[in-house]
Ligand binder design. Sequence first.
Ligand SMILES: NC(=O)C1=CN([C@@H]2O[C@H](COP(=O)(O)OP(=O)(O)OC[C@H]3O[C@@H](n4cnc5c(N)ncnc54)[C@H](OP(=O)(O)O)[C@@H]3O)[C@@H](O)[C@H]2O)[C@@H](O)CC1
Ligand SMILES: [K+]
Length: 504
Amino acid sequence: MPFAPFSPFIAPLSSRPLLRLKEIRAIEAVEVPLADPPLMERAGAAIARSVIAHVPPGGLVCILCGPGNNGGDGFVAARRLLALGRRAVVIGCFDATRMEGEAAAARAAFLSAGGTVLPGPEALDERPAAIVDALFGIGLARPIGEPYASWIEWGSRQTAFKLAVDVPSGLDADTGRCTGPCFEANATLTFLADKPGLHTLDGPDRAGVVMVDALGVDASRHDLGRGRLLGLDAFAGHLRPRRKNTHKGSFGHVLVVGGAPRMSGAAFLAGHAALATGAGKVTLCALDPNILSFSPVHPELMVGNAIPERGVDVLVVGPGLGASAEARAQLARLLPSSLPLVLDADGLNRLAVDAELQESLRSRSIPAILTPHPMEAARLLGTEVAAVQRDRIAAAQELAQRYRAHVVLKGCGSVVADPDGAWAINPTGNPGMASAGMGDVLSGLLGALLAQGWPVPLAARFGPFLHGAAADRLVAEGIGPIGITASETVSAARRLLNEWSVRA
Ligand SMILES: NC(=O)C1=CN([C@@H]2O[C@H](COP(=O)(O)OP(=O)(O)OC[C@H]3O[C@@H](n4cnc5c(N)ncnc54)[C@H](OP(=O)(O)O)[C@@H]3O)[C@@H](O)[C@H]2O)[C@@H](O)CC1
Ligand SMILES: [K+]
């Protein structure tokens, strides 16, 4: 039975800490010796509960166990399932004499309870109803070889409920990178606290639905690091109904600078997004001398070739800016301004090759928001895309520090990093957003939030959260993920923003 969790659109409601390996290991070091019952026993019980919730009685549960404590969790789960009258077998063909401590004890207890350990999937004589991947967790030390690689490949293609224990085997828990063969789960039950690798890069494809079980440990007694998975609750204080006694000046004036010849669409998209998500007024300063003086589609946008002398509250620079000398001149003029600034696209590419512009960005009184995709991030860091993607959190943090800016590193599980070292991963969004113009919409949306008074670090988080949630809403309505257009995300973002602001 394929496991296809379908839920109507609900944006993630609560934010939660994301702990990297060193923080998880620090918690383990304190809590493992204290825990009674032992954490492995609690982990195995949690796995068994999850399997029982998803698999009808009578179905065979096949647990792939590795040689470390991740495998130990699997052996405990197998023993508990047997004790509850369920049918469970373990596949595990390592040198058991090398197993140590609790994991070895868990294996012995499973065998004493009458459990069976098979040498590989070929020894099964029926199709399992569930596969539990307890091969490797946070102790993965190198790319996975045989026989585990074949088991992972076999398990991933079964039409059974596929549950990964702690982390899908083969996935780096810190970065979300598949180090080689990697299990593809429907759901991941992760322990002690959530982990960033489950939410960025390959993580969402491999982990499926992520469930966190703290194993009874109060993680807040420990150093939780500075990473968070974003949820709607993080923004509640700023999602308020509008006061009645307001005017367009109350919601700010956004200036979009871009729109070089043949690229004006980008600037129009950003401008429209800013208006539709609440900016009081939007002016578009285009570099194209032949641009229409107004947009027939959005006549409320003010369009021209000049930067207004006064009255602007927020700058959005980059959509369709191009690489001309004039583009550079606009950047040189605007970067030192004391207005909140969003810098995207060609603005970032130009910045990457210009030390003077970099210095004026760093010296700003209000740090800017930079919204690079991985290629733009690589240019800004003087490296390759692969190096950025190897550790997206580290790359975003380095950019934030080097440019003294808030950085939104786009891609699956966008990473937001602040100059002070705090970071977050955005859980919203879907592959329908891999289409032209999405970045322009995000820039406009960020401009609108800043114009409405959102603090810069919070706007840098809520912009991608809202934009991704808008695309998710479209998917829930049957519009996408195939074929979502950037303009459609603008209307969906407007609807969500109004719903959320009324409810708050
Ligand atoms: N600490 C606790 O009490 C708790 C831990 N918990 C659970 O334990 C998990 C962490 O356990 P862990 O540290 O033992 O690491 P784990 O992921 O089992 O892997 C290490 C083993 O795999 C081996 N190995 C590594 N890579 C390999 C490869 N590519 N190919 C082949 N072998 C490879 C490595 O061998 P070695 O590198 O030493 O040769 C070693 O034997 C964690 O994710 C959670 O599920 C929970 O129960 C909560 C309480
Ligand atoms: K695993």
